[in-house]
Design a protein around this ligand. Structure first.
Ligand code: ZN
Length: 402
């Protein structure tokens, strides 16, 4: 069955369409609110009953005929990054809704309640607090955790939320028995390996640091090399060493230095200060911590040897999360039956699924992203692949809820 998913994605993309031809739909803005209302109207027309919870997560349900209190959940996030693509997040919402609609048409009402969630906030693009929607819904973040968090204009998350009538206070959702998030891969592994579906077995944990190297600013001509305490030299040695260690460790470990700043950043001055970010990810707790420790040891030993001071500040931590074995099996078997080339893989990016997974049996389905591009108006997935993803999701929801 063809779901015409692309038409629906384009329809929802009008809310937040920006002049780069991307979507800018930051949480609790007008564009975001309009998208939520449009989604609500569409899903009501399709026979879903709608609940909007205390932080603005939209939950659209088809009530179960015999076990209505058990919910099989699908969905993803409604918010976007600044100038994102039309697939990130909203594909999981629309794809989830289309899967449920096709099940209803084919089999009538489910035994368990089928529900699609449009999580209010995942990206952390307006407020520096990612996955607020799902975290609040599943009891992993309360209003006090976002106290004092503001956007670039100084508007607090709490005020932005209250302006739309959300109190931010609710009991954690209890009766969800399974969650499957359909999402674009946002990487190029599936495309490279010619697979149509990714069945995610785990989501990486992350450790992010800000590293400051303090040396001494000096004249580039009159300071002999042996006199120098060059912050850039030390920083570049550190960076090179850590990235080489990551190369040696190999998949699934990744380490990235994405930002580097020098002071005074002048061509004929020896830099006195270098600041860089370090982002380390792995699917296993032990390996993640091991690499983090190793990186810290290298940073300190190179700093010592180069006679510079160094500070390492952690600013973001998340733990690796495993997906549910049973749902992974169900998804893999479904691909095998349908002869869809698939790959068991990990997710190197964060998703709402990692918030839900510790409390509910959870899995993710990936579809290929062309050239791995995401968080950009150039983000692209073929309609064929989008439809395949929905097909696999539909079968899984059928097995879980009927
Ligand atoms: Zn996303």
């Amino acid at each position: 069955m063809k779901h015409h998913v692309l038409k629906k994605l384009e329809w929802l993309s009008q809310y937040g369409k920006d002049d780069q031809n991307g979507i800018t739909r930051l949480v609790y803005t007008d564009a975001w609110h309009q998208a939520q209302l449009a989604l609500k109207m569409w899903l009501e027309e399709e026979g879903f009953s709608i609940e909007i919870d205390a932080v603005g997560n939209l939950l659209a349900s088809i009530r179960g005929s015999s076990v209505p209190d058990e919910i099989v959940l699908t969905g993803s996030h409604l918010d976007s990054v600044v100038s994102g693509g039309i697939y990130d997040g909203q594909y999981g919402i629309i794809g989830g809704a289309l899967a449920i609609i096709s099940l209803l048409k084919k089999y009538g009402p489910p035994k368990k309640t089928l529900q699609v969630a449009a999580f209010a906030e995942e990206e952390g693009s307006r407020f520096p607090y990612a996955m607020w929607g799902s975290r609040n819904m599943f009891g992993q973040a309360k209003l006090k955790d976002v106290e004092g968090i503001t956007d670039a204009d100084g508007i607090s998350l709490k005020d932005a939320m209250r302006k739309l009538g959300y109190s931010g206070k609710q009991e954690p959702k209890q009766n969800v028995t399974a969650f499957i998030e359909l999402h674009i891969e946002q990487g190029s592994v599936l495309e490279t390996e010619n697979k149509e579906i990714g069945v995610v077995h785990s989501i990486v944990g992350q450790r992010r640091f800000l590293v400051t190297v303090l040396g001494e600013t000096n004249h580039a001509g009159t300071t002999p090399m042996s006199y120098r305490r060059d912050a850039m030299k030390a920083a570049s040695m550190i960076i090179s060493r850590i990235l080489t260690l990551a190369d040696e460790a190999g998949d699934p470990l990744v380490a990235t230095v994405g930002k580097l700043e020098l002071e005074p950043n002048i061509s004929n001055v020896v830099p006195g200060k270098a600041t860089f970010t370090l982002d380390i990810r792995h699917t296993h707790q032990y390996a993640l911590e091991n690499m983090t420790r190793l990186a810290a040891t290298k940073i300190h030993s190179i700093a010592n040897q180069q006679k510079v001071d160094v500070q390492i500040e952690p600013w973001f931590t998340s733990e690796p999360v495993s997906m549910d074995e049973k749902i992974i099996k169900l998804l893999s078997e479904s691909c095998e039956r349908k002869e869809i080339p698939y790959k068991l893989m990990h997710s190197g990016a964060a998703h709402d699924a990692q918030v839900v997974a510790p409390v509910v049996p959870t899995a993710m389905i990936f579809v290929p992203s062309q050239s791995g591009i995401s968080h950009s108006p150039l983000e692209y997935t073929t309609e064929f692949a989008l439809e395949k993803g929905i097909e696999v999701l539909t079968e899984a929801l059928h097995q879980l809820a009927y």
